[in-house]
Design a protein around this ligand. Sequence first.
Ligand SMILES: Nc1ncnc2c1ncn2[C@@H]1O[C@H](COP(=O)(O)OP(=O)(O)O)[C@@H](O)[C@H]1O
Ligand SMILES: [Mg+2]
Length: 525
Amino acid sequence: MNNWVENYRDILPWSDYQTQVFDNLETGKHLLIHARAGSGKTTLLEGIVATLLNQNPHYNILLLAFNKHIATELKTRERIPRECEVRTSHSMGYKLLRKHLPLLRETNSLKIPKLANEAIEKISEAESDLPKLIFNAGFEAKQRRSEFLRNLRKLVDLARNNFANTDNELDAIREKFGFNKITQLERYWLYRCLRWILKKDEQLAKRGEIDYGDMLYLPHVWNIKPPKYHFILVDEVQDVNTAQIRLYKSLVDRGATFIGVGDKHQSVYGFTGSGIDSWTTLQFLIKCQKFQLPICYRCGKKILKEARKLVDIKAAPLAIQGEVKEIKSEQVNKLVKPGHLILSRLNAPLISRCLSLIIQGKRAKVRGKNVAKYLLEFIERFIESPTDFPMVWHIRMTDYCQGRIKFLKENGAELEARDFQDVYESLDFLYRAFVLEDCIYDLERFKAKILDLFDDNDKNCVILSTIHRAKGDEANTIYILDSGKLPYATKNNNDAQKEQETNLVYVAITRAKKTLYFVDGKPDI
Ligand SMILES: Nc1ncnc2c1ncn2[C@@H]1O[C@H](COP(=O)(O)OP(=O)(O)O)[C@@H](O)[C@H]1O
Ligand SMILES: [Mg+2]
């Protein structure tokens, strides 16, 4: 017997709520299942694949996971038969582009940053005196310029994710995603640059150069027809953006039945263009029959008591008690064992914790190879000549970051200031550990050491992850670092941002099956 059949039987009996969904699979209706954390959403999708293929082995089924890590996890758990195509929405978009663009090369994450710089160069050369008003001389002007660049890059990404193009649509995006106030003049040049970039973006794509954002944007712009599937199954629908929903719609228009599962309260990726609006857009574009799964099978009762401070969530009839403890940060390293999951809102605490565990001889890895890649790219920005590393590099990097953090704070961009502070602290920890302590003065070795701290799939070690990255995951024992600082919002955050921060606390708590440790205080919920 196939592994997946056995594994699928292992998780029986299905609850009545889950069975109800199975009964409606082949009615031709699209289904949307709104359910709580640990209520068996992903498990249900696995069961649906098995059931459908049992009925008809010729069904073409596409299962779309939220990110690459979850897609890999689903494939390796062996509950999904090989006949089912498992990928992320982005990789589906990439597949469509590959057919359309024979010259397609590796993705280039610097495509938009480069185009944004080019756009700025063009403005600076423009005959009109207007640009000079934005970029006049002095330190303040340097900050304004990088602020303009930052806005431009962010707006290009959001415009592509939301298919926004007109002035009104772009205004709405700036409003919704908490852009800082800008002058009419800046707005004029911002939109002009954005349109220039989007045009160039398409031209470069035709020559084979694409980035992550293009994968969902271009198939829509070029109206590329997707292949036919009988069913498309989507996990974590609360965190998809307009571009993803349009992809699902194009698959539905080709005859697929849509089945989506998600939990509105686990929406934590609003800054990429997803959120409550997307949930509405999805239901507007794809009319679905709705179902619920109210019972949590993952967490012990005491853990759910904490989660219940935020949402209504029921324990399974046979749920264990579980335990919730408050501990101090110094106790974590003594208690933690391979397979335990340490969560944090930010990256820097994970990096310093990982370093301290390794010093004590424990195997530990931070989730998120792409965070490592970002850090390596960031490091390179402050290297002008090979002898700059480590001293000149560290001074330059510190000066730049501190100037930037101050500027962002003064301009009310507190969340961004905190993200930037997180990058700075991460690099500073790494500098102290590898350069000052371990005496690594070679840039390439320094970068290799950083890369080695990160791993997305290693399970035989202590796993450290941001709460964002732990979506869909579970572990017997969970530690939430700096719990007392959660939810992580400030008075300047808008309601949507505050809600996301509260959602993150709910996500963090509900990763625990047996034991939940709040480290350094309890969340203010
Ligand atoms: N009907 C069920 N009975 C018992 N356990 C279940 C059932 N459905 C799911 N589970 C278990 O509950 C846990 C959470 O399931 P999962 O599908 O990851 O939840 P979600 O995707 O909703 O967060 C898993 O360990 C899974 O094996
Ligand atoms: Mg899940």
